[in-house]
Design a protein around this ligand. Structure first.
Ligand code: MN
Length: 253
């Protein structure tokens, strides 16, 4: 297994770096709020069981409560009605949790216009410069929105957050070879996506085509446009629609 030995050596000497793309998970982690009358997810919470005290003199542990779609998390196909016959989060093949990733960076545009939408022409322009999107890979979409991740109000921005147009979402689902899209915002869809046709097009098209979503990613600025490998680790919640997820990237050089 020379490849794995080489990888371990490269990690040890720093020629391969590990970039953590995961937001810290705590009670203040931003969560999606839906308009009435829809059901709501709950904030992440810790409930202390014991902490070196009479409830457990030598040990500290907590119960946790969380929505599946809280913080950095993974959207499984079954999350959306278009993917309802698809895999739940426990059924996503482990093989697909390690995949190459490319990064398309529109942080400057999103800073100038929080309603900025990625279009097919942007992706094709990226491909003309960097090569084709990778089969079975992630398209990671940088908007700079991770900078607001510790301020729930700024992060939500009154519902105005950048995303992907309906036509681009359809194209990524139906015509691009990728296995999914990763974003820095609270969900894969733009803040204005409830009013798109179809509503929430990233969810609708991608999950309906057995593709995945990764959200609330951080540190995409530390990744090269091509060459990173992403390890995404959702919990295998049986029948679950998604899961909080540790997402790491391996980067050469
Ligand atoms: Mn989600």
């Amino acid at each position: 297994m020379t490849v794995l030995n080489d990888l371990v050596a490269a990690l040890a000497d720093g020629s391969v770096r590990v970039v953590d793309l995961t937001a810290p998970l705590h009670a203040g982690t931003p969560i999606l709020t839906l308009p009435e009358p829809f059901g709501q997810t709950v904030p992440f919470q810790l409930q202390e069981i014991s902490r070196y005290d009479d409830r457990g003199p030598a040990w500290y542990w907590n119960n946790i409560s969380t929505g599946e779609h809280t913080g950095t998390h993974f959207d499984a196909p079954i999350h959306w009605v278009t993917g309802r016959t698809g895999p739940d989060v426990s059924q996503v093949p482990a093989r697909r949790l390690i995949a190459p990733a490319v990064v398309i960076d529109h942080a400057a545009e999103a800073a100038a216009d929080p309603d900025f939408l990625l279009e097919v022409e942007h992706v094709k322009a990226w491909e003309a410069e960097h090569g084709s999107l990778l089969a079975g890979g992630w398209l990671l979409y940088r908007t700079g929105w991770d900078a607001y991740g510790d301020d729930a109000e700024a992060y939500a921005n009154g519902g105005r957050t950048p995303g992907i147009s309906a036509e681009c979402a359809r194209w990524l689902a139906e015509e691009a070879p990728i296995q999914g899209v990763g974003v820095e915002t609270v969900g894969t869809d733009a803040g204005g996506a409830p009013g798109f046709d179809p509503p929430f097009p990233c969810h609708s098209y991608l999950l309906g085509h057995d593709k995945y979503g990764l959200t609330q990613l951080r540190n995409l600025a530390q990744l090269p446009p091509t060459g990173a490998v992403v390890l995404a680790g959702p919990l295998p919640i049986v029948t679950g629609s998604g899961s909080p997820c540790r997402v790491l990237a391996l980067v050469e050089g």
